[in-house]
Design a protein around this ligand. Structure first.
Ligand code: ADP
Length: 572
């Protein structure tokens, strides 16, 4: 990291330095070189004009002397020629040996009377010279100035520039190193902070004081960490509360992941299984009950709340299992111990059954003796009237005990049902047969409407009892508009049977409670018609035992309809 930042900074610096160096070298050198040349040229022009003037005026010195002196004074080579181009004197060479100079560019101009100049490489010395020639009477003079000095000076400047660049590079390297070191140290603190957060230490902070971009990033990260820490603390608190709540529950609770492994269990669950629940172990290793496992699987795979009754988790104890799917997959199951409730229920049922059973014999005896006394009692006698009342009440009591016994048997599940596939039409016909005659005698229209053909799973006798109770009610409470319709219609997985009367109907608020034991809408009416208040409760338990449902629909003055379903055979 450090070297990367360092090299990046260095590269940037080097680019800037190199760019600057090249630009300075190119522009400054050219400008400098140009002005230097101009200066030299101007100087040389003046000196040449002075030189020409001296040649024209000095009569005391020979031309050779003048050339030597002027050449030395100007720091240049001085040459004098005649109009033909022949060299008359030269400050550095023997004039007689020199070739004709008439064709030199500067001399051509000077011989024509103007100042001429040229710049070229000297044949003899091989270095560039600036030549300036001026006319004199009887020829021309010329000064030649070697430009190699200019080149040397330019090279010097370039070299200085290069050295300065190298120095700048060294300084840049130093600055880049310090800057990289500084940034890297700050970034390393951010990385260390991130590592601590990743390791779960949410109290980590960077605490950067600088306000630059790195400082801003650090402040934003610190803020995020602080918020994370707060949310996490709140989450932990609510988790602890939830755990305490679940642990204080009597019911056992266990959460299972999508993979069928135990994720969490409360103390109730630990108490239930002797070897305690093992977290992350397959659920089957903790609870082996097949009904429990099916319910959990149902919630896990089917994503719906599934209930079951598990009897083999602990021998002799029964549990009500409710498994619900969890939002992220998996399921949570609650196990409620029903053993005690069931024991109390059974005691209650047994007590009712025993009392009913015990009452049977004395009631039969009362009924028998009343009949005998009635046979011998004179027609118009008070005693006969009382005997009639005794008989009527004894019969009602006997019906009540019979109904209580039936209900206790059906409720306890002790009554074995002989479930067979039966056509709905047959069930309806059997019920109709028993009541057609009674209805006719009471002047009641009795109809059967059947649109279901698929066989249902049913115990004929038990369903006959359901129909009997419902039709009996329809006859009793059917009112004056006398019509009873018995029917069946197919649903998706069931067949729905119904018994409809055209009586006064049942107020809405009673509908949901009709199937409770001893619940009556009109107590006096029920008692008067010999009702026990148990008929619908018995019907409900029989239908539930078949896997069906039962309900009532009614509207005041528009009759009542009692509907129950039975599963069709392939669905069952
Ligand atoms: P009961 O022996 O009193 O008839 P049920 O359990 O059969 O007991 O019925 C409970 C109550 O429901 C009855 O007392 C009656 O008030 C009401 N009920 C049942 N069937 C009908 C019906 N077809 N029309 C009106 N009320 C009804």
């Amino acid at each position: 990291m450090r070297s990367r930042i360092f090299f990046k900074l260095l590269a940037a610096f080097v680019l800037v330095i190199a760019g600057t160096t090249v630009t300075i070298d190119f522009l400054v050198r050219r400008a400098w070189e140009g002005s230097l040349r101009q200066e030299i040229e101007r100087n040389l022009n003046q000196k040449t004009v002075l030189f020409a003037h001296r040649v024209d005026t000095d009569r005391t010195h020979s031309l050779q002397d003048i050339a030597a002196q002027e050449g030395q004074a100007a720091g240049a080579r001085a040459t004098i020629i005649d109009p033909t181009g022949k060299v008359l004197a030269d400050s550095e060479a023997d004039a007689s040996l020199m070739e004709n100079h008439a064709r030199r560019k500067e001399f051509i101009a000077a011989l024509q009377g103007t100042l001429g100049s040229d710049e070229r490489r000297s044949h003899t010395l091989g270095i560039p010279f600036l030549y300036v020639a001026a006319p004199v009477s009887g020829g021309a003079v010329r000064l030649a100035y070697p430009l190699s000095d200019v080149e040397a000076a330019t090279r010097r400047v370039s070299r200085t520039l290069l050295v300065s660049s190298a120095l700048a590079f060294l300084i840049a390297m130093l600055i880049a190193g310090i800057a990289a070191q500084y940034s890297a140290r700050r970034l390393r603190r951010i990385v260390a902070f991130a590592d601590r957060i990743a390791a779960g230490d949410l109290s980590a902070r960077i605490a950067e004081t600088s306000a630059d971009e790195i400082g801003q990033v650090a402040a934003a990260l610190d803020k995020t960490a602080r918020m994370l820490e707060e949310s996490f603390a709140a989450l932990q608190t609510s988790q602890r509360q939830l755990e305490t709540l679940l642990n204080s529950m009597q019911d056992a609770v266990i959460a299972v992941g999508r993979d069928g492994r135990v994720q969490w269990a409360n103390r109730g669950m630990d108490r239930l299984v002797p070897q305690r629940t093992r977290l992350h172990a397959p659920i089957i290793e903790t609870v082996r009950d097949p009904d429990f496992l099916t319910a959990v699987r149902g919630a896990n795979d089917g994503m719906r709340v599934t209930s079951a009754r598990a009897a083999s988790i602990i021998p002799g104890r029964t549990f009500d299992v409710t498994a619900a799917p969890m939002p992220g997959g998996g399921a949570v199951a609650v196990l409620r111990d029903l053993t005690e409730t069931e024991r109390v229920e059974k005691t209650r049922r047994d007590f009712i059954a025993n009392v009913s059973h015990e009452l049977r014999t004395p009631l039969t005896s009362i009924q028998g003796y009343t009949e005998t006394l009635l046979d011998s009692a004179p027609e118009s006698n008070h005693a006969r009237e009382f005997l009639e009342i005794i008989r009527k009440n004894a019969t009602r009591m006997s019906r009540l005990t019979e109904d209580l016994l039936t209900l206790a048997r059906v409720e306890s599940g002790e009554q074995p049902f002989d479930i067979q596939p039966v056509a709905p039409g047959e069930l309806l016909e059997e019920a109709a047969q028993s009541f057609r005659e009674i209805a006719r005698n009471q002047g009641i229209e009795f109809l059967v409407e059947n649109s279901a053909q698929t066989p249902v799973s049913a115990d004929r006798e038990a369903i006959h009892q359901v129909f009997s109770n419902l039709i009996d009610n329809a006859l009793k409470y059917g009112g004056t508009r006398r019509r009873i319709v018995l029917g069946a219609r197919p649903l998706e997985r069931d067949v729905e049977f119904f018994v409809r009367d055209s009586g006064p109907g049942i107020p809405f608020e009673h509908l949901s409670r009709l199937f409770e034991r001893f619940y009556r809408v009109d107590k006096a009416r029920s008692r008067e018609s010999g009702g026990t208040g148990l008929g619908l409760a018995i019907a409900k338990h029989i239908v539930l035992a078949h896997g069906g449902t039962i309900r009532a629909e009614s509207e005041l003055n528009h009759g009542s309809t009692f509907l129950f379903t039975l599963p069709i055979v392939h669905a069952a």
